[in-house]
Write a protein of this length. Sequence first.
Lengths: 317, 248
Amino acid sequence: MAVVVYIESENGTPKKAGLEVASYGRALADAHGVSLVAVGFNLTDHERLNVFGVDKLYNIDTQGGVHFDVERYSEALAQVATKVSASLMVVSSSADGRYIGPIVAIKTDAAYMSNVVGLPSQYGPLQVKRTCFTNKAFNETQSTKERVVLSLSSNSYGLHEKPGTAEVLSGDYPVSSNSLKVESVEKATDKVSIADADIVVSGGRGLKGPENWHLIEDLADVLGAATACSKPVSDMGWRSHSEHVGQTGKPVASNLYIAIGVSGAIQHLAGINASKVKVVINSDPEAPFFKAADYGIVGDAFEVVPVLTEKLKARMQ
Amino acid sequence: MNILVCISNVPDTTSKINFKEENTAFETQGVQFIINPNDEFGLTRAVWFQQKVGAKVTVVNVGDASCEPILRKCLAIGADQALRVDLQPKDGFEVATQLAAICKKESYDLIITGRESIDYNGGMVGGMLATLLEIPYVANCIQMDIASDEVSVQREIDGGKESLSATLPLVIGAQKGLVEEKDLIIPNMRGIMQARQKPLEVVPPEAAAPASKVQAFEKPAEKGPVKLVDAEDIDGLIDLLENEAKVL
Ligand SMILES: Cc1cc2nc3c(=O)[nH]c(=O)nc-3n(C[C@H](O)[C@H](O)[C@H](O)COP(=O)(O)OP(=O)(O)OC[C@H]3O[C@@H](n4cnc5c(N)ncnc54)[C@H](O)[C@@H]3O)c2cc1C
Ligand SMILES: Nc1ncnc2c1ncn2[C@@H]1O[C@H](COP(=O)(O)O)[C@@H](O)[C@H]1O
């Protein structure tokens, strides 16, 4: 028996989401008294995993394949899961994690549960708490299958160190019979993505136009934050789709969410509610966001934000 | 080309979410139901293929009779026919199993699901369905073009996008970008009249079990009032974020 976790990486280094999944997996393995088996692809910096108590790492060489390949990755995970008789598998809630999770579940005859926000409330049958109705509620879901694949909401468990030494093994990279092929990837490599970010700075229609986005970007730069926007902002093409957050956009579960010139419509709040601390800067004291936020400033973004950015910059130096 | 669009019936995005029967069931009283927004993007793209290349568009829902109004709406938007698998599903796996049975009866070249449903947010039906059918799945699909059998698609990834090629049959998880908001079709009188004549077939479910069950629902704890900081006191805000909230 074992718990299997999928370690996402970028250029050979495990991502924070991968380390969080390892931490969470360690706790599950301890609860079951079994070992924690990690699966990664082309990891060079795998010593990082020792810090989080991984017992065994299958480090799979993709033979020059540089892109995430859903079919081959999911097959590799399923094969390891079968080999080590995994009862639980954990993936992150990143775009790739949520992509691979349901596929691995079918391949291994497991139940799949997404948006998991904490350790199981019960083992055997496994029961976990998950968000639903886009963060407007939670539910307790129980598995009716022996094996379960969980997708852990980012930042919901955090990083918990438990030093050990992982035995590093190589693993098969299965061939794919499927026609799907990645042709190219476009990615802003110098930018923090919303899924990975501890802090997200978000702008709404109150910023008046794309030419004013330096306000958002400068603040995000100082904080090492990702940038996001409300739906109308991306609908009008001020910002790209990938920045649209909310009920019909990306979910945000950062430690800090700063909303600037965003009114706080129910659909926007639904998607960002899982963030731990919310700050609003809005000129209208009646804006609904003030009801959802922890901290707020009633003021003009064009005056408040540059001062905030300057003061944070000075503080960092 | 034969296209199947999977339609989930979800509460309107402005709905207040409440539970009944000691928090074991969703309170549908007073809730307006809509086509899951991601599915509507997918349906719109399907209707575009119908008009450009004469594709036949079938919509399917796994649900009870209360889901028929949204299937009629899909027909008014332009789908040619509708199927309803007569079962109130307990989880995404059960939905995927029923949909797989539908896809085994009739062959579809393109199967469109939504990236996720906005009620249970499983984000699982598309990937499960494709895997059950042993065909590829493209999640978070933001663009798709088909030239004969060659498909080019784009998938949104964290911080960017990925371009892929594939062949049919294929399952995609639709979201905004596949079509834009302004392309969504608002049914006109003619569409609504025609929809009444189009076939809506009720199909009995296959025998299959769900993989999970919801034991109870819970609403998030009420949060305290916002702490307001004066617009002149930016240092005060930074201090609170650093020392009280401990997020800097
Ligand atoms: C089906 C459906 C799904 C939706 N999904 C989403 C979703 O996923 N995400 C989403 O964001 N929205 C979504 N919406 C839209 C949502 O209802 C709101 O329309 C939207 O969130 C409003 O965006 P906004 O706050 O940027 O703009 P507005 O509502 O126009 O708000 C602008 C705010 O800026 C403030 N402001 C103006 N000037 C200044 C200034 N100088 N300084 C500071 N503040 C200023 C104003 O007081 C106002 O509060 C959805 C709507 C529907 C119908
Ligand atoms: N009851 C259902 N009937 C038909 N299609 C569904 C149903 N539930 C979910 N789907 C489809 O699967 C997608 C993803 O749903 P989910 O996995 O629940 O997030 C939805 O956008 C729909 O396209």
